[in-house]
Design a protein around this ligand. Structure first.
Ligand SMILES: [Zn+2]
Ligand SMILES: [Zn+2]
Length: 154
């Protein structure tokens, strides 16, 4: 399992391998040392039970989507289609546009889910069993405030 921990001081994303389970990592941006507590399930990539950064047990799932990839497909499709349009091949031009939109949908549908910690926003990627539910705004509000008080942001 690959984990991206977020530095409580400066929010930098810090990649960690759960299999190696380091006891702490140092933030590359601000030098803050983060102590980590990996559970056995995290180490074995079985499931996300407790967050190694904040110890919380509340997570949500979201699509692991990189908007840049989707946008590139659409832009490239539009450019190719413009060339055909220029040569009067309207039908071909529209087909290419439609194909680009379709590829975009397929790419989006095939993306894996990533589990995110409600409190500290650590991200967990791996083959583990997905047990978390989708994002809930109310839960996020309550838990984020609790965490930010704990790390002294409020
Ligand atoms: Zn930092
Ligand atoms: Zn956390």
């Amino acid at each position: 399992m690959r984990v991206v921990a977020h530095c409580p001081k400066c929010d930098a994303g810090l990649p960690v391998s759960a299999a190696e389970a380091p006891e702490s990592i140092k933030c590359g941006r601000c030098g803050h040392v983060l102590s980590l507590a990996f559970t056995e399930s995290l180490r074995r990539d079985a499931k996300v039970d407790n967050c190694p950064v904040c110890g919380g047990a509340d997570f949500y799932i979201r699509k692991d989507f990189d908007p840049k990839v989707g946008l590139t497909v659409v832009i490239v499709g539009a450019l190719i289609s413009a060339v055909f349009y220029w040569y009067g091949e309207d039908l071909v031009a529209y087909s290419i546009l439609a194909a680009a939109a379709l590829i975009d949908l397929i790419v989006y549908g095939r993306l894996g889910d990533v589990t995110v910690c409600y409190r500290c926003h650590s991200e967990f990627r791996g083959k583990y069993e997905r047990t978390a539910t989708y994002f809930d705004l109310h839960t996020a509000d309550v838990l984020e405030q609790e965490y930010e008080r704990k790390i002294g942001r409020r």
